[in-house]
Design a protein around this ligand. Structure first.
Ligand code: F6R
Length: 366
């Protein structure tokens, strides 16, 4: 059942080239310049003409929503809010007839997300679902949606569901951008071609497994970790920190790198490993100076860098390469080494990676 792997989490991390390909299969047809989401149909006009989109989720699914916020704003020029379903439902939120929501959930059974959907629907909102489990409560309660097609996720820590969520949300954003005229046909073609290359690039990123296992040996006894990123890699930093917390029980925090100087920098000393997502996009130079700030305070830097990188990697104590990609799809690659790092650290600490303490795969109570 684990297909030759030692753990479900390991299997699910390593099968991401296939799960992401499955998620795009029959939807993204590069040669024809086609991007079709069959499940979004009757209500597609409300999505295309939305004045605002609210994304709902919990945990890792909320992080996927944060990545999507950058995409919808940038590609579709639509204002976006990303809400923890649990906060939203108890806040007397402002919901008007026809407002557009997208609920994100692996299990499709998360109680808070389900309750937030019911609240939105009761006020006349249109709710789309981005769900993995077919026929689940959230799949049934939403008006329309797009399944992840990632296959069953059994490890409690969500991995392949996250990359599939980001893939589906990217496909929705790119398609909407074309239909709204906020991206050109050639930008559309470029973005779908970038998405299409992701499975192959994820496979390349996974080849650094042994290097990451060796790093895990070095840092397995750390008591704290900081994860920093900017732009759409900021939510990836949150996700990396969550993965480490939940399966290795090491305290970890994710922050936007620029926020470091507003507080967390006080934590940095020679015992503090800081994981930077330092890929070569618009914020690269800024990230490089953030690395400098950590190094000058004797922090230990692990940098996730674009292959061939020289500057950030020369400043870091250790660097892990990922293939070069358009910034829109980078989170699908930058999260891979973070999943592997948490997996190896947890194993070396003797933790049960598939069933971490106190956690359940689907949270059906609030
Ligand atoms: C983290 C994790 C949880 C879930 C959250 C939402 O690894 O698994 O944070 O992401 O409980 O679950 P779903 O996506 O099933 O609604």
């Amino acid at each position: 059942e684990k297909g030759g792997y030692d753990h479900f989490m390991q299997k699910e991390v390593f099968e991401q080239p296939e799960s992401i390909a499955n998620c795009m299969r029959g939807r993204l047809v590069l040669e024809k310049g086609e991007l079709v989401l069959g499940g979004i149909n009757e209500y597609s006009q409300s999505l295309i003409h939305a004045k605002k989109i609210t994304l709902l989720g919990c945990g890792t699914s909320w992080h996927a929503g944060l990545v999507a916020e950058y995409l919808f704003e940038d590609i579709c020029r639509i204002p976006v809010e990303v809400e923890y379903a649990s906060e939203f439902r108890y806040r007397n939120p402002i919901i008007n007839e026809g407002d557009v929501f997208i609920a994100i959930s692996q299990s499709g059974e998360t109680a808070d997300t389900l309750a937030a959907i019911e609240l939105a629907k009761s006020k006349g909102a249109i709710v789309f679902g981005v769900v993995n489990v077919v026929g689940s409560s959230i799949a049934r309660e939403t008006h329309e949606g797009a399944y992840l097609h990632a296959g069953p996720e059994i490890g409690v820590a969500s991995t392949k569901a996250f990359t599939a969520q980001v893939t589906v949300l990217s496909m929705i954003a790119i398609k909407m951008g074309l239909l709204r005229g906020t991206i050109s046909q050639s930008q559309f073609q470029l973005l779908i071609s970038e998405l299409n290359q992701i499975p192959k690039k994820v496979a390349t990123a996974l080849k650094n497994n042994d290097q990451i296992e060796a790093l895990a040996e070095i840092y397995k006894d750390a008591q704290n970790f900081l994860y920093l990123g900017r732009g759409n890699n900021f939510p990836v930093a949150l996700e990396g920190a969550l993965k480490l917390k939940e399966i290795s029980y090491i305290h970890a925090e994710g922050y936007p790198a620029a926020e470091m100087k507003h507080g967390p920098i006080a934590l940095i000393d020679e015992d503090m490993p800081v994981v930077f997502i330092a890929t070569q996009d618009d914020s690269y130079e800024k990230i490089v100076s953030n690395i400098q700030e950590v190094k000058s305070r004797k922090g230990k830097v692990i940098a996730i860098v674009t292959e061939g990188d020289i500057l950030a990697s020369s400043m870091a104590d250790y660097s892990i390469e990922i293939p070069k990609s358009h910034y829109v799809v980078t989170p699908l690659l930058s999260v891979i080494p973070l999943q592997l790092l948490s997996y190896h650290i947890a194993l070396k600490r003797g933790c049960n990676v598939d069933q971490p303490r106190n956690l359940a795969k689907s949270v059906t109570v609030e």
